[in-house]
Design a protein around this ligand. Structure first.
Ligand code: ADP
Length: 319
């Protein structure tokens, strides 16, 4: 090889090693030129692909970052709910414990006195109330756990809602001694429901109506039809709920702060449980409330359609 050619050849090898994929030797050889052009195009294409992949990776990293932020926010909310729950559970258990301790100490003292039996009887009522509250807390916790683990099973049967409401009202009267009125605007309202669970939801609304209103104000339970739905409403003239709290009252463990009412023991689970029960029946809950005026909570349930009324068999179970 000629010295000058050897130099050029060496230069070409050096350039190619250095990454000059579009190096063209002179004099220009057509095949070399086409090959260099193809190499250049290919490299440019690869570079574009790498840039696109880099952009996609950056997008992915961004979406991951947002997901982590969202999950962190959700965890903070769950953690706050857990803290609220622990705070309330501790408070309720402490107050029950204090109550039971005081009652048993009083028992011991009364039994040494002549009129002790009468006093013990009176104290026993206190004890019963406490035990009822304890039972309610335990049931609420059991239900919320079932709901959260998707273990709430409904046993639906064809049911006359007038009859269901009447039964709940009778039990309420026996338990509280305070009568709520019952107004039926449409008779023969039938739905396919889990009787016990719907009774539980109505019972809770009644219990709240008693808790959050004074004894001398009326509580009305109303049953009416609206199209293909039945509406069971519980209206009280109690303390009402400030508007800013309304969006939260169905959240688990939510209680309106700053309200001191007698026998208010509860973990803020009742409305959450009632709403879940109604929604699992394909219905919904509604509320109207204003402070100082009272509240109306309604269970809205789908009625049996005429064709279903004609041929439904009892005893259907569903989850
Ligand atoms: P709890 O089981 O502790 O009573 P709920 O889930 O039933 O809790 O209710 C949540 C909160 O909504 C209550 O702590 C109370 O502040 C408010 N609330 C519910 N019902 C009524 C009502 N009828 N009148 C006024 N406030 C109510």
């Amino acid at each position: 090889m000629h010295r000058r050619d050897r130099n050029e050849h060496g230069l070409a090898i050096q350039a190619l090693r250095g990454g000059a994929y579009d190096y063209i030797q002179k004099p220009i050889d057509r095949d070399d030129f086409v090959a260099a052009l193809q190499r250049a195009l290919h490299t440019r294409q690869l570079r574009r692909q790498i840039q696109e992949q880099q952009r996609a990776l950056e997008q992915y990293a961004l979406s991951l970052e947002r997901l982590v932020e969202q999950r962190t926010r959700e965890l903070a909310v769950t953690n706050a709910a857990k803290d609220r729950f622990l705070g309330m559970a501790t408070q309720e258990l402490t107050s029950l414990h204090t109550n039971w301790k005081a009652v048993t100490q009083a028992f011991a003292q009364h039994l040494q006195q002549a009129d002790g039996v009468e006093k013990v009887r009176w104290r026993l009522e206190d004890m019963r109330r406490s035990i009822r509250l304890m039972g309610r807390l335990a049931h609420d916790l059991q239900d919320i756990s079932l709901i959260q683990t998707d273990g709430l099973v409904l046993h639906r049967t064809r049911c006359d809602l007038v009859d269901l409401c009447q039964q709940v009202l009778e039990e309420d009267l026996a338990g509280t001694g305070a009568a709520a009125t019952f107004e039926v605007f449409d008779a023969h309202l039938e739905a396919e429901v889990d009787r016990e669970r719907i009774s539980q939801a109505l019972n809770h609304l009644l219990s709240n109506a008693h808790t959050y209103s004074s004894h001398d104000t009326p509580i009305r339970v109303m049953l009416r039809r609206a199209g293909e739905e039945a509406i069971i409403s519980v209206r009280d003239q109690g303390i009402g709920i400030p508007a800013e709290h309304l969006p939260h009252i169905y959240e688990p463990f939510y209680r309106v702060a700053g309200i001191e009412v007698d026998s208010s023991a509860g973990l803020g689970l009742g409305l959450c449980i009632a709403r879940t029960i109604v929604e699992r029946h394909g219905g919904r809950m509604e509320v109207q409330s204003s402070p100082g005026q009272g509240s109306t909570f309604s269970l809205v349930l789908p009625l049996l359609r005429t064709d279903e009324r004609e041929c439904t068999a009892d005893g259907i179970s569903s989850r």
